[in-house]
Design a protein around this ligand. Structure first.
Ligand SMILES: [Cu+2]
Length: 220
């Protein structure tokens, strides 16, 4: 008799571990205003994420190639602890660096066929540049939970498996900055959002090199 009880208990424990947690979906549509009230036609460089849930994202590795003096892809999202490789596919030297707060790094000079990596340990938006070529830029968005989406060109997004609760949804684009919206996630109905980013006042500012100095004038 006692044995049967123990058996049942361990069964229910096992089932509790395996069963998926009740979770909700956060989906919606992003729009972005451009100069003169025009709407952006391609929203594929917008990132949407849910802040608040304490769920560790699964580890991930990613690659940004340096090719023909460009970073490809131009934007990636990685979890905290995500390792990004920067292989140089060009026969000239590049110097990948960032001065974005705690995520700052400097991979120094190397060329094809070498690759160096950086592990991003802090959530945030990381601006990545080359210390030789000012036209090279990329973005690494680092998140501390797995609830993010890189928006489709049409502005649609869907984030699944979000734990029920009161959270904050953020949307970001390099030219518009970040917007926030509180949401209530439940496991019974999807949260449907309409988010509008505003890039109409964007002005391009030349970034500095890794020493905080202007790039020398000339052809790059
Ligand atoms: Cu370069």
């Amino acid at each position: 008799m006692r044995r049967a009880v123990v058996c049942l208990l361990s069964l229910s424990l096992a089932a509790g571990t395996a069963a998926p947690l009740a979770a909700g979906t956060v989906r919606g549509q992003v729009e972005m205003l451009e100069k003169e009230g025009k709407k952006a036609e391609d929203l594929s460089e917008v990132v949407v994420w849910v802040e608040g849930p304490k769920v560790a994202p699964p580890p991930a590795k990613a690659t940004i190639e340096m090719r023909k003096k460009r970073f490809e892809p131009h934007l990636i999202v990685v979890p905290v602890g995500g390792e990004v490789a920067f292989p140089n596919m060009d026969s000239i030297l590049h110097n990948v660096f960032s001065v974005s707060g705690e995520n700052r790094f400097d991979l120094e000079l190397y060329k094809k066929p070498k690759s160096r990596s950086h592990t991003f340990e802090h959530p945030g938006i990381v601006r990545v540049y080359c210390n030789i070529h000012p036209q090279m830029s990329a973005f690494v968005v680092v998140r501390d939970n797995p609830f993010w989406a890189q928006v489709g060109a049409d502005g649609r997004f869907s984030i699944e498996g979000v734990p029920p609760g009161s959270w904050v949804v953020k949307a970001w684009h390099a030219r518009a900055g970040e917007i926030s919206q509180p949401i209530q996630v439940s496991d019974t109905a999807a949260a449907d959002l309409a988010l509008t980013l505003d890039a109409s006042n964007y002005k391009q500012v030349k970034h500095r090199n890794k020493f905080g100095k202007r790039y020398k004038k000339g052809r790059y």
